[in-house]
Design a protein around this ligand. Sequence first.
Ligand code: NA7
Length: 543
Amino acid sequence: MSAAPSPDHDAVIVGAGFSGVYLLYKLREAGFDVLLVDAAAEPGGVWYWNRYPGARVDSQVPIYEFSMPEVWEDWTWTERFPGWQELRAYFRHVCDRLDLWPFMRMATPVKAARFDEDGAFWRLRLGDDENVTTRFLLPALGFASKPYIPDLAGLDDFSGEWCHTARWPQEGVDLTGRRIALIGTGASGVQVAQEAAKCAGQLTIFQRTPILALPMRQQALDETAQTRRKADYPAIFRQRLQTSGGFECQSLDVSALVVTEAERAAHFEDLWQRGGLCFWYNNFADLLTDEEANRHAYAFWRDKVRARIADPALAEKLAPRVPPHPFGTKRPSLEQNYYKIFSQDNVKLVDLMETPIERIVADGIETADEKIACDLLVFATGFDAGRGGLIDMNISGRGGLSLAKAWEHEVRAYLGMAVSGFPNMLFAYGPLSPSGFSNGPTSSEVQGDWIRDFLVWLRNREFHLFEAEASAEKGWTDLVAQAGAMTLFPKADSWYMGANIPGKPRQLINFPSVVGYSALCDDVANNGYAGFAMGRPPTREAD
Ligand code: NA7
């Protein structure tokens, strides 16, 4: 008898966004032989792919960055909400500081991943013809790696240029003087609209559901003040681990319904003035669990926005009297001048609830009412969040079962990281973890530390195999659904609920608290990684 052959690597990480880069750093530090691969030409994850005009993060400095001092000590941001170019530069800086480049291969897509049951390792196909084996497979694809383009009749007939915001051409697209049709008014749509309105010949924005956008309150950052603030960074980074969203502060510990009207209005106003996502994350305790509390927040938001729109008919479309969904159950975006651009002559809103798109034609879009000429069509139509990128990796586990098949009726994952039937695989920033609900770097660090500890624990005990037990996977999947049922999230047709993709199972796709998630993961670790079955690799007959 001889031991089964050793795989090429201890771990292969797929994805060079926050979660993948952090994992690489932590696993290298722990002495593992790790390779990181990514289809993108440069690290940055979503900040590599989302390079449309105006693309920027909705979380403020210093929340949206790694907590390691060697990374932040000599890094300075120029804006409170940095843009994609600066975020890309930040990733290069991180890889320099942490000396990660030798272990990263960019422009290297994983085309397929198959679990080898005899050897207890993964066989990966990289690009068209390279094969690599790894004991552990660690996809870190982010929740928004698979763009969604709606199936609109006639798109093939369109003679102009078209693209999705997350597949913006590397060389850029000149918007000046163009007749632009923009479909979608989520976070990406709002950002594109604000830039396109500056220079387009005509910008037509096709809105299905109004976005409940909050004031960004962007600021240029002064280097001296930023350096002074760094004394507080360790405390800020510790604090963000103690919150639901992974942000600087928690929501108020008080119901919106027990305070006076004046107190409620004062708190709303304070959040509004602070800007960013504060009005969402730092609101009253029951914003996302009580309809009446939520209605108060919506009414405040609506009145603020309507005060900025002169035309009452337009105001009703952008900020309707009756909420389209409870406030915050779809991701609010941040805006700088979004509600103002509609007063420009070159900007027009088409309400798809009144006049749906009938078809795309060679030179424009036809609705029931009119034909809107355009030569550039921008899809800001979102993502198959959570599961899409993982399914596209063609992952097959025990018995050749594909992940697509395993998740056909429901996405299931223990701790939002492991799937029964897919041994030795842990994904970071994936479905059923806090990912889409939380600040990316915070969740990435929580999960990265946990994965590193688990792999060290396995190594110390000479286990080469782990697999989530089906009962543990079901327990976790049910827990996320139960947590969701206690909130208002199921009341919106959002990507959080999987409702943006035709045919996708409807379920809450994320665990709604970083601090709660972290405590549950710690419990599992402290109980000898309960819910996982461990094993040693099989031996095989000597030749
Ligand atoms: P989102 O937030 O999923 O927004 C997608 C937008 O596209 C939203 O307004 C959708 O309207 C609209 N949409 C989707 N399909 C269609 C069709 N078929 N017709 C018309 N309009 C459509 O994606 P983003 O890229 O903006 O943001 C994704 C996340 O990235 C964001 O939440 C942040 O976490 C960062 P709907 O609301 O579904 O009616």
